[in-house]
Design a protein around this ligand. Sequence first.
Ligand SMILES: *[C@@H]1O[C@H](CO)[C@@H](O)[C@H](O)[C@H]1NC(C)=O
Ligand SMILES: *[C@@H]1O[C@H](CO)[C@@H](O)[C@H](O)[C@H]1NC(C)=O
Ligand SMILES: *[C@@H]1O[C@H](CO)[C@@H](O)[C@H](O)[C@H]1NC(C)=O
Ligand SMILES: *[C@@H]1O[C@H](CO)[C@@H](O)[C@H](O)[C@H]1NC(C)=O
Ligand SMILES: *[C@@H]1O[C@H](CO)[C@@H](O)[C@H](O)[C@H]1NC(C)=O
Ligand SMILES: *[C@@H]1O[C@H](CO)[C@@H](O)[C@H](O)[C@H]1NC(C)=O
Ligand SMILES: *[C@@H]1O[C@H](CO)[C@@H](O)[C@H](O)[C@H]1NC(C)=O
Ligand SMILES: *[C@@H]1O[C@H](CO)[C@@H](O)[C@H](O)[C@H]1NC(C)=O
Ligand SMILES: *[C@@H]1O[C@H](CO)[C@@H](O)[C@H](O)[C@H]1NC(C)=O
Ligand SMILES: [Zn+2]
Ligand SMILES: [Zn+2]
Length: 439
Amino acid sequence: MNAYIFKFHLAVFIINCFLSGRNGHVLDETPVIDGHNDLPYNLYALLRNNLSGFNFSADLTSDPVWGSCSSCFTDIPRLRKGKVGAQFWVAYVGCSTQYKDALGKTLEQIDVIKRLVKAYPNDLLLATTADDIVQAFNQSKIASLIGVEGGHSMDSRLGVLRLFYELGVRYMTLTHSCNTPWADNSYVDDAAPVLNLTEYGKTVVREMNRLGMMVDLSHVSHAVMNQAIMASRAPVIFSHSSSYSICQHNRNVHDDTLQLLRNNNGIIMVNFYSGFVNNNATAAELDDIVRHINYIVDQIGVEYVGIGADYDGVDSMPRGLEDVSKYPVLFDRLQQLNSTRWTNETLQLLAGRNFLRVFYEVERVRDNLANEEPYQEWISYEDLDAVDNVSVWNCRTLLNNTSPSLPSAQASIAKRSFNGVVIFTVIVMYMFLTYSILA
Ligand SMILES: *[C@@H]1O[C@H](CO)[C@@H](O)[C@H](O)[C@H]1NC(C)=O
Ligand SMILES: *[C@@H]1O[C@H](CO)[C@@H](O)[C@H](O)[C@H]1NC(C)=O
Ligand SMILES: *[C@@H]1O[C@H](CO)[C@@H](O)[C@H](O)[C@H]1NC(C)=O
Ligand SMILES: *[C@@H]1O[C@H](CO)[C@@H](O)[C@H](O)[C@H]1NC(C)=O
Ligand SMILES: *[C@@H]1O[C@H](CO)[C@@H](O)[C@H](O)[C@H]1NC(C)=O
Ligand SMILES: *[C@@H]1O[C@H](CO)[C@@H](O)[C@H](O)[C@H]1NC(C)=O
Ligand SMILES: *[C@@H]1O[C@H](CO)[C@@H](O)[C@H](O)[C@H]1NC(C)=O
Ligand SMILES: *[C@@H]1O[C@H](CO)[C@@H](O)[C@H](O)[C@H]1NC(C)=O
Ligand SMILES: *[C@@H]1O[C@H](CO)[C@@H](O)[C@H](O)[C@H]1NC(C)=O
Ligand SMILES: [Zn+2]
Ligand SMILES: [Zn+2]
């Protein structure tokens, strides 16, 4: 048994010993680890990240601002009721920031997550390792982890990726709903793949493996999911995605990808968003989530599934799962409908133990790669040009400091206008000559 598998089993053993005295719900014995909560974006949108008047310890359902916000589902009392043991708080900045201030704004979101965690030391504990999650649970605190949602945040710079890791970021979603210069997002599935995962994109994945940062494949195209799994040297995650066979949305995961995920030893953390779980979103209910989870288990077994509800990232949740207090209702329902499949043991795998296994394994891969040098590749000018010449080059200077020139684009624009001038001149001269001759 290698050290990491041993650590994983030890963690499970300690959790069980520590809690065997408790006599309550099965989720009291294992942390619920949720892969995706966008509360930090709401802090940005509603408060400009000003935490002074924000009381996370209060039940915010009747708060004038938070209670009437359609995408707000989270506060500490409800997280406690929901038996949440660990939460990935998401540093997300919109696609409109790409090639503009994506990086600066991402840093601000990481900052607000850290300030939030620091402000509630009795309830939240910053976690950057799998052991930290176990320890936070031991102390009855909610382990708080940081994920960056969207490769546009790193601005195609591996140095930035490395510093994200130093700041505590433990997963990066390769795209949001826009292509980066190195990976396609899920909406290309409704059109046609553009770039897939480029060579530079594969380098990003390998550098994430080397760092010990989880590769999150929610939001990427079907082709990029498969290509990233093949490129990754560590298990990957889907931090908030459901099953495409059950609900045909491009954000969901196809069956062939589930097979690759099993071989990769990764995890799909099921998203609750009404629009991703039922083809008729207004009809979405708790049992739709049950259906997604059971379908994934039918396909690949109970070891590769977890929870990534997407609270605060969306504005509509299924009936029965209205806010972060509802996780126990889901687990009870699973067991009620099929107690053969959903024993206390398997419910604990779903709740958090599958994710802990993945996290320990990602750490093990990182340690095995300790002698590998940091990747030093710069993204090529051609890769940047292939996406959108103008907006990319408006925000990047070149090594020779010729910015804001648009290297190839400007050359081609210049060439086009030169050709235009030539043609125009020829026509004018022709008309002039013709006129002269006729006159
Ligand atoms: C499952 O866990 C609950 C809560 O700890 C406990 O009451 C119940 O007896 C357990 N069931 C089995 C079959 O161990
Ligand atoms: C932050 O919010 C508090 C409480 O709402 C307010 O009094 C304060 O002026 C705000 N600070 C800034 C810098 O906006
Ligand atoms: C925040 O809410 C809690 C629970 O309602 C309350 O006990 C506490 O006094 C509040 N804190 C502030 C600063 O208002
Ligand atoms: C849990 O906490 C107690 C004291 O707070 C400590 O003695 C014990 O080692 C901890 N266990 C783990 C697994 O961290
Ligand atoms: C992208 O990947 C798909 C699926 O593997 C493949 O069919 C397509 O040719 C690829 N496109 C490019 C531009 O490489
Ligand atoms: C969608 O679900 C709602 C609520 O159950 C129902 O009223 C409506 O008829 C459904 N629409 C379709 C197209 O099935
Ligand atoms: C209940 O779970 C068992 C074990 O996974 C499975 O074989 C069976 O098909 C499930 N029953 C239903 C009704 O889905
Ligand atoms: C600056 O670098 C770009 C990209 O390599 C190149 O196309 C351009 O000619 C260079 N400009 C000068 C003035 O050297
Ligand atoms: C960017 O410019 C190059 C060279 O001028 C051109 O071949 C390419 O099609 C342009 N790409 C886009 C997305 O506009
Ligand atoms: Zn998302
Ligand atoms: Zn999100």
